[in-house]
Design a protein around this ligand. Structure first.
Ligand code: ADP
Ligand code: MG
Length: 341
């Protein structure tokens, strides 16, 4: 194990500046000077967002593979650019680390960052490396671009628009429950082997989530501009309420339309969670939630990545879930309300 001090500041900057190739011609200067330099396309606007992850709050190194953590840090930051219907182009990664962090740890972390940069077509253009007394703090700033008329805000939902969600929901939350369960077993019986077999999909949803560049590309190809959009980091209910509030509308969501993977549903049932509640409130799925005019239904209907889960209602009705039994329950931002009849 090599301490960062052995490498020295210059050695370290040299090391990260060489690992990730630059993909965009608009990246004029990446790592290595006092600031990065980027060219802004004339007819586009910049989208900028930042996200911080704190050890012990947002991630647990006892079960999070370090390369996955690097990948996830980039995913969470870039997801916010996609949520505006933008294309991410550059990222900056800042780390506060304690003396326990080795060069080998950082190499693994940046291996994940590199895989994410390639997947999402972004350039690592800089960051900062500083020390902390204990724990690790990771901050990622993402920069994207889009033509002004294609940028999608949270406030544009119109009454009778369709509400659409991508992928499936609740997997990341159930993956975390499995990891916490195995961690608790390990604390009591250190000789026991973790039982993670068969849970691969939901574990990956938690440890190495992917955000939806493919969806942004598909919307572009279908020539669909959502009227409002948000990414699902805190759970569907909470994000739907953000769209409703900022658009000054209500939302109707149908319980029987919520997209759940079979493994998510089975794991929820096994651990005593209500699958609907998991789909509504389990966070960290990094799927997209958006509204579109009804005219877009034909284009979206047969695409497996998109599920129409409801429609935009008038603000006087508020935001509600229609249960399988056709009862109406107010949507709440959190709280593990059960929607059992
Ligand atoms: P300064 O002291 O002028 O702030 P630094 O030594 O912090 O300069 O950074 C030198 C270069 O290395 C800059 O281009 C900076 O963006 C980059 N850099 C520093 N730390 C990181 C990091 N963790 N990830 C990516 N780039 C980094
Ligand atoms: Mg600096």
């Amino acid at each position: 194990m090599t301490s960062l001090e052995t490498l020295g500041e210059f050695g370290w900057i040299e090391r990260i500046s060489n690992i990730i190739p630059i993909q965009h011609e608009n990246t004029i200067k990446a790592i290595g000077d006092d600031a990065a330099v980027i060219n802004i396309p004339q007819d586009e606007q910049l989208l900028i967002s930042t996200d911080t992850m704190v050890e012990g709050v947002h991630f647990d190194l006892s079960f999070h593979p370090v390369a996955h953590l690097g990948f996830k840090a980039i995913t969470t930051a870039i997801s916010d650019i996609y949520a505006m219907n933008g294309f991410a182009k550059q990222v900056l990664v800042s780390l506060a680390i304690s003396s326990k962090v080795t060069v080998e740890f950082l190499d693994e972390f940046y291996r994940g960052v590199k895989i994410a940069c390639k997947k999402y077509e972004v350039d690592l253009i800089g960051g900062d490396t500083t020390s902390t007394q204990r724990g690790i703090v990771i901050n990622v700033t993402a920069i994207g671009t889009q033509k002004p008329r294609r940028i999608v805000y949270r406030n544009g939902a119109q009454e009778n628009d369709l509400i659409v969600v991508t992928g499936d929901l609740g997997g990341a939350f159930m993956g975390l429950q499995i990891l916490n369960r195995e961690k608790a077993v390990f604390a009591q019986h250190p000789e026991a082997q973790p039982e993670l077999g068969g849970y691969e999909y939901i574990l990956q949803r938690q440890l190495k989530p992917e955000c939806r560049l493919d969806v942004i590309n598909q919307l572009d190809a279908l020539d669909i501009i959502p009227t409002s959009m948000i990414d699902i980091s805190d759970g569907l209910s909470s994000e739907a309420l953000h769209l409703a509030k900022q658009s000054n509308k209500g939302m109707i969501i149908y319980e029987d339309k919520l997209p759940l993977d079979d493994l998510t549903r089975d794991t929820a049932n096994m651990l005593g969670y209500d699958p609907t509640t998991v789909a509504l409130n389990g966070g960290e799925d990094y799927e997209l939630l958006f509204t579109v005019p009804q005219s877009a239904e034909e284009k979206l209907r047969n695409l497996p990545d998109f599920t129409i889960i409801g429609y935009v209602d008038s603000p006087v009705e508020g935001s509600n879930l229609i249960s399988r039994g056709k009862n109406k329950y107010p949507l709440t931002a959190q709280g593990w309300n059960h929607f059992k009849e």
